[in-house]
Design a protein around this ligand. Structure first.
Ligand code: AMP
Ligand code: TRP
Length: 325
């Protein structure tokens, strides 16, 4: 059985891009050797509100459960509940180099060369390496933007093993199939991301059916009238891919069926398919939100399970690097 680890940051509200691009994939591939983590420590690298972090961490975990992550099979937990992540980060900090961290494009983009950014932002990929290496993960499902971070985790693991003896498994990133990227409904040339940046272009999981319908009906389409995918039709292509993701049918099948359809009717069909697909997830979320203790309990059990592996790895690491057990 392949060991898998992935994480998601509790920043912003989760949207249907996260759902179709990551959460459903995690849920459908989940197995007993898989760990899924709400990485709250990673959400602290830029200014934030503590109360909001607490709430969003809990809500995101509830959305993952609502999506179908089964805590009796996969391990679902919150990063900060397992203290070994922070401890491993320090030790790996002494193996990672300034040069390799300085080359991370995410740091360069987000840091913008400013002196005022936190050391945590710089150090972000080492914490991510700790997440992955503590559990000997072989595969790390991520979006393409995280490829560099997973490769760095691999480099750090290799250097550690070379210096201190075989300790860590070398992980590799895996990526969603093409088409799993949902684009912004108002700007189909960029991927759907947090709703504060593009409220009309982003459908939050927490949006209700009416809001979902309105946003899809107002999505930008392209010139011409044909419902088909193609580089000259980014808006229609995105809606076709959304329809495909919501129905499980291929874009080619949908194109054939929709030949001759009007944009308005096409959008109506996309809206209803997305609403139907999300209905049970939203209902399940509402149930979980009404019972916060049950979610907290599930997360406590997940952390306990994760800690067993993390603690064993750290015992080995401490012995190898020459610090007290
Ligand atoms: P983020 O919201 O950027 O922290 O991403 C969390 C997870 O959702 C990552 O695995 C991303 O690759 C995935 N994701 C984010 N936005 C999209 C999108 N628009 N389409 C598909 N997957 C996405
Ligand atoms: N950095 C990842 C992102 O922004 C989130 C993350 C943190 C992660 N730790 C991880 C992903 C470990 C995979 C494995 O999406």
């Amino acid at each position: 059985m392949t060991k898998v680890f992935s994480g998601v940051k509790p920043t912003g509200r989760p949207h249907i891009g996260n759902y179709f691009g990551a959460f459903t994939r995690w849920a459908s591939e989940q197995d007993t050797g898989h760990l899924y983590c709400v990485v709250d420590l990673h959400a602290m690298t830029v200014p934030y509100d503590p109360e909001e972090l607490r709430t969003r961490t809990h809500e995101l975990a509830a959305w993952l459960l609502a999506t179908g992550i089964d805590p009796d099979r996969a391990t679902l937990f919150v990063q900060s509940h397992v203290r070994e992540h922070a401890e491993a980060t320090w030790i790996l900090d002494c193996v990672a180099t300034m040069g390799e961290l300085g080359r991370m494009t995410q740091f360069k983009d987000k840091g913008g060369g400013r002196d005022s950014v936190s050391v945590g932002l710089f150090n972000y990929p080492v914490l991510m390496a700790a997440d992955i290496l503590l559990y000997h993960a072989e595969e790390v499902p991520v979006g393409a933007d995280q490829r560099q971070h997973v490769e760095l985790s691999r480099d750090i693991a290799q250097r550690f093993n070379h210096r201190f003896g075989e300790t860590f498994t070398l992980p590799k990133a895996t990526f969603p199939p093409a088409g799993a990227r949902i684009m912004d409904l108002q700007h189909p040339d960029r991927k759907m991301s947090k709703s504060d940046e593009s409220p009309q272009g982003t459908i939050d999981l927490a949006d209700d059916a009416d809001v979902t319908r309105k946003k899809i009906m107002r999505a930008v389409t392209d010139s011409g009238t044909e419902v088909r995918s193609g580089e000259d039709k980014p808006g229609v292509t995105n809606l076709l891919e959304l329809l495909s993701a919501a129905t499980g049918r291929t874009v080619a099948e949908l194109e054939a069926e929709l030949a001759g359809a009007r944009y308005g009717d096409f959008k109506k069909q996309v809206a209803e398919a997305v609403i139907e697909r999300l209905r049970p997830v939203r209902e399940r979320y509402a149930e979980l939100a009404a019972d916060p203790h049950a979610v907290a309990d599930t997360l406590a059990k997940g952390a306990e399970r994760a800690r067993q592996t993390a603690a064993a790895t750290m015992a080995d690491v401490r012995a190898r690097v020459g610090i007290s057990a």
